[in-house]
Every structure is written in C-alpha cells, then in structure tokens.
Design a protein around this ligand. Structure first.
Ligand SMILES: Nc1ncnc2c1ncn2[C@@H]1O[C@H](COP(=O)(O)OP(=O)(O)OP(=O)(O)O)[C@@H](O)[C@H]1O
Length: 545
C-alpha cells in the first residue's frame, strides 16, 4: 500500500482535476439511479391513473426523466474527459520522473537489471498505473459517496428498505471485491513479472538472432518465448475469469436485493401502507443502486497488477546511485590526471580490484595501461568518468572527480571504446549527439580527421544515411571511426581509449591509428590495449598486475 500512497503523492498536482472527475462520477451514478427510480414510479403511476386509482400531473415527471437522461449523458462525457486527462497527465509525468531517477543509476546500478526488464518497467509497468486512478481510486470513492447518498434517501422513505440495500451494497461493493482482490493477488503479481520476462526474452531473441541461428538455438529460444507467453495468457485469463465472476455475483446481489425489497414491501402495499407507485420506485431504486458499486470487482481485480507495477517502479527509483556527483561545479583549468592511493571494490566485502594504486599522467601526455585480463584497466577508466565511488583520490587538473558535476565530466572527457553505441538514426544525428549545434561543415571536418569523409561522401545520402539498429549498416571499422569523429567534435581535453583497434583488420587499424594520432595530440590520454600497434600513441606505459 506504501507504493500506492507514493503514487498518490506524485498525483498531488492534479488533485483538483481528480476530485472533479470523482464528483462527475457521483453525478452520473446518482442521475442513473434517480432516472430508473423515477421512471419506475412514473410508469406505475400512469398505470394506476389508467385504471382510475389516482390522478397524475405527468408533465413534471416526464420533464425530470428527460432532464436526468440528458444530465447522465453529459456528465458521463465530462467525467471521461476529466478522468482520462488527469490519468494521462499523471502517466506522462511518471515516465519523466522515473527516467530522472534511472539516469544517475547508470551505469553502475543498472548492470543488475536486464535491458528488457528496464524497458518493461519504463513502458508496461507505468502503463499499468493508469488503472490506479481510473479503475480503482475514482470508482471506489465515487461508489462510497453515492452509496451513502442513496442510503440516506432510502432511509427517509423506509428504514427497512435502506437496511436491505446496506446489506446488498456491502456484499456487492465490499465482500465480493475483496474476495476478487484476494483471488487475483497472485496472478496480478505474475502478470507484471511475466510481462517483464517476456520482454527480456524477446529482446534477447532479437538482439542475439545471429548467434542463435549459428548455434541452431532459435527454436529453443522461441519455445521459451512461447512458454512465457502461455503462462502470461493463463495468468491474465485467471484474472479475467475472477473479475467476470465478481461482476456477475455483484449483479446477482443487486437482483437479490431487489427481490428482498419486493417481498419486504409486498405486505405493506397490500395493507395500503405504501402507494403502488412508491413501491415500484423503491424496488427499482434498490436494483439501480448496484450501479454505485458495479465497477468495484473489476477495480479490485486490477489491484494486484497495479500494486506490483508500482512496487517494481518505486523499488527501482529508491536505489541509491553508486556515486552522487554535485549538480554544478567548476571546470578544471588544466587536465593532468592523478590516482593517489586508490582502492576499489565492486561492492562491500568483495575483493579489491585496485589496491592503493597511485600514478599520474601529465597534461597532453598519453599513458598506456597494460596488464592481464581482469587487472582493472577498464575499472580505472570507469573511475575517471565518475561512474563508481572508491577510496583514495582520483583527480583531473587537481579537482577530485567526485566534486565535478556530471555535465563538466562529460564535457571534459571523451571515450573511444571497442563498442560504440550508434542510434538508429542518420550519421548527422549520431555525430551531433556530442555537439548539437555543429553545422555540416564541422561534421565533415570531424569525419575527415577520423579518416571517414570519403566513405561517407560515397554514400548516396551522405550525412543523411541511416546507420540501422546498433549501426548495423556500417562496418566495425566505420563505427569505430564515427566514435573518433565524435571525439574530435566534442573537443574534450581528456581522451580515454579502451581497446580502440580491437577486432579491426589491418586496413582499418591503420586508418583508426592515423586518426587517433591527430586526436590525442596535446590531449591527456589513457590508452587501454592488449595489442602492440596502438602503443605508438603512448608516451609512457603502466603495467598493472
Ligand atoms: N561492474 C562490475 N561489477 C562487478 N565486478 C566487476 C565489474 N566490472 C569489472 N569487475 C571485476 O573487476 C575486475 C577488473 O575488471 P576490469 O574490467 O577492470 O579488468 P580489465 O583489466 O579491463 O580486463 P580486460 O582486459 O579483460 O578488459 C574483474 O575481476 C572483473 O570481474
């Protein structure tokens, strides 16, 4: 329930809109109940007037019936407009709010989550929260207010009938929905979890299709996907069944309430203690009062999924970043790098990856970091980028990295790694990621320095060429040189090179090294490599054990 309370807090800016939505729901319910009751009264009165048992002025009730019908339709339209508007506003803010909480968690804290799972939280779980106000909160509050109003009016006519209606409303509006919530709790949790697993499996299938095909494992993966899909369908079917059963039982409770009212008032009518037209009106009123609680079984069926979705979102948003950088900071004036007594562990109690490490790189120099796999070379690059906390000090130009803002760090540091993330957009957009205001001339100059200009000019669409998903339409060497062009555009004074020529053929290695020679000139550079060729860039070497 804490998660739902948290959600309510986030919805606070729209509380007026939400309250108006609930008030309109109450108007809809009460106008429906009044319409049916007055109609019953009017038809019975007309019948009695027809056999001469009473005289009737029928203009007023006829006008009231027409007025109620118009009010009901109009209020329903407005209620849909207002409640959906409030829900969509809440969802749009929630998505941004969640993304803002995710951002500082990257990359250190997000490594425990799979991409598909994150996507499911960002999309499907947040979508599920539209249930909260629209299908749970608004119907429950509107149902409660309307029930009290109906019971007060019935009590004024007949305390006995009000008593019958209380029992019926408690049954249809509390007992049955609570039973539905209990019956769908497990399947609700399952639906949110299975949806995420399905997203993870689908992402894996699409991303790894090439490997799966080579390994002959496509069928196995699709069978896994199909099993998950079946489990999700059966959890959703279970929910739909219980929800439908709840709605049917709720409707049955309304019919029983009507029947009991009929029996209760029959003797009074026969004894002439109550008029025939009032008798029909009260019977109809009890039947129509189920309208106040009709939405609750479905609402409570949605409670499980909604609660689980809220838990998944808020549990993630409560995670603490591995390191908290200040919002703003100075920009260093010079750019030498220094590690002093740095000890680093990936988690408390884990072995030290770096143990009291000290070294420095003076401004404009290139230091090659060498050492066996697992020695901690990439960890050093991660610390410089401010991704993890460590003991000791890591400084750029004399400023501790942890005292520099994220914005300053991204301006100061540029990374060329073996994996370059390319967005499925044009080459222009991929380059402008680091320099949004750069014009085409600047982009071509950067491409020329990255030894890529001629190849891009040869493409029919030049800078507008779409690179495909993860840069699928470019070769590995071209993608690497796009990363180098980005580094030229960013003009960052500190360059981190992580295996810059790994996996490239001799021609591409030559092209990349030529460009890197220009890039690192005058910049402070750390080079991580297992290969011999990139060592031409280095002024000195540090061997880690
Ligand atoms: N995010 C992480 N969480 C937990 N442990 C990690 C993480 N990243 C690296 N490690 C561990 O830290 C140690 C150093 O890893 P690191 O990637 O820095 O080594 P490396 O020298 O760059 O290796 P390679 O040359 O193979 O890239 C390894 O034992 C690795 O398992």
């Amino acid at each position: 329930m804490n998660d739902l309370r948290h959600l309510l807090k986030l919805a606070r800016p729209w509380r007026l809109r939400m309250a108006v939505g609930i008030a309109l729901s109450v108007v809809v319910i009460l106008s429906n109940v009044t319409l049916l009751s007055v109609s019953g009264w009017f038809i019975a009165s007309m019948a009695l007037a027809g056999v001469g048992k009473l005289t009737l002025e029928f203009f007023t009730p006829a006008a009231a019936i027409r007025g109620l019908a118009v009010l009901r339709t109009f209020a329903r339209y407005l209620e849909r407009l207002v409640t959906h508007d409030a829900t969509l506003r809440l969802l749009s803010v929630l998505r941004v709010w969640f993304y803002k909480h995710l951002e500082p968690l990257a990359p250190a804290r997000l490594q425990d989550f799979r991409d598909g799972d994150l996507l499911a939280r960002l999309r499907a779980d947040i979508d599920s929260l539209d249930n909260f106000y629209l299908r749970i909160l608004a119907p429950a509050i509107a149902g409660l207010i309307s029930s009290i109003a109906i019971l007060c009016v019935l009590f004024w006519f007949s305390p006995g009938v009000a008593g019958i209606d209380v029992v019926m409303l408690l049954l249809a509006g509390v007992v049955i929905p609570v039973a539905v919530a209990a019956g769908t709790k497990k399947s609700g949790n399952d639906v949110a979890g299975l949806r995420a697993s399905l997203q993870v499996a689908s992402t894996d299938l699409i991303r790894g299709l090439g490997e799966l095909q080579v390994a002959g494992a496509v069928r196995r993966q699709t069978r896994h996907l199909s099993d998950l899909s079946q489990q999700l369908i059966s959890a959703q079917r279970h929910q739909a069944w219980i929800s439908a059963l709840g709605s049917a039982l709720s409707a049955l409770a309304g019919q029983l309430g009507m029947f009991c009212t009929f029996l209760f008032l029959l003797s009074a009518v026969q004894a002439g203690k109550i008029a025939g037209n009032d008798f029909v009106m009260l019977v109809f009123a009890v039947l129509a009062s189920t309208e106040a609680v009709a939405a609750l079984p479905a609402a409570f069926a949605a409670l499980g999924v909604t609660r689980e979705a809220a838990r998944r979102i808020f549990s993630m948003a409560e995670l603490k970043p591995a390191i908290t950088l200040p919002e703003t900071s100075v920009t260093p004036e010079h750019f030498d790098l220094a590690f002093s007594g740095v000890t680093m562990r990936y988690g408390a109690g884990k072995p030290a990856v770096l143990d009291s490490l000290s070294f420095s790189v003076s401004e404009g120099h290139c230091l090659a970091l060498l050492g066996p796999s697992g020695a901690g070379k990439t960890t050093i690059l991660n610390l410089i980028q401010g991704f993890w906390e460590c003991e000791g000090s890591v400084t750029i130009g004399g400023h501790e990295v942890r005292t520099l803002s994220d914005e300053v760090l991204r301006q100061v540091i540029s990374v060329v790694g073996q994996k370059t993330y390319l967005f499925n957009a044009s080459i222009r957009d991929n380059l402008r990621l680091v320099a949004p205001d750069a014009d085409d001339d600047a982009l071509w100059q950067a491409l020329a320095k990255a030894s890529l200009e001629e190849e891009i000019r040869a493409f029919p669409h030049g800078l507008d060429t779409l690179v495909g998903e993860l840069g699928a339409r470019l070769s590995g060497g071209q993608a690497r040189r796009i990363a180098i062009a980005r580094a030229f555009l960013s003009q960052a004074p500190v360059i981190l090179l992580d295996e810059p020529t790994e996996g490239l053929d001799a021609t591409n290695t030559g092209l990349v090294l030529n460009s890197l020679k220009t890039l690192v000139k005058g910049k402070t550079t750390l080079l991580v490599t297992h290969q011999i060729q990139p060592l031409v860039l280095a002024d000195s070497r540090l061997i880690l054990e």
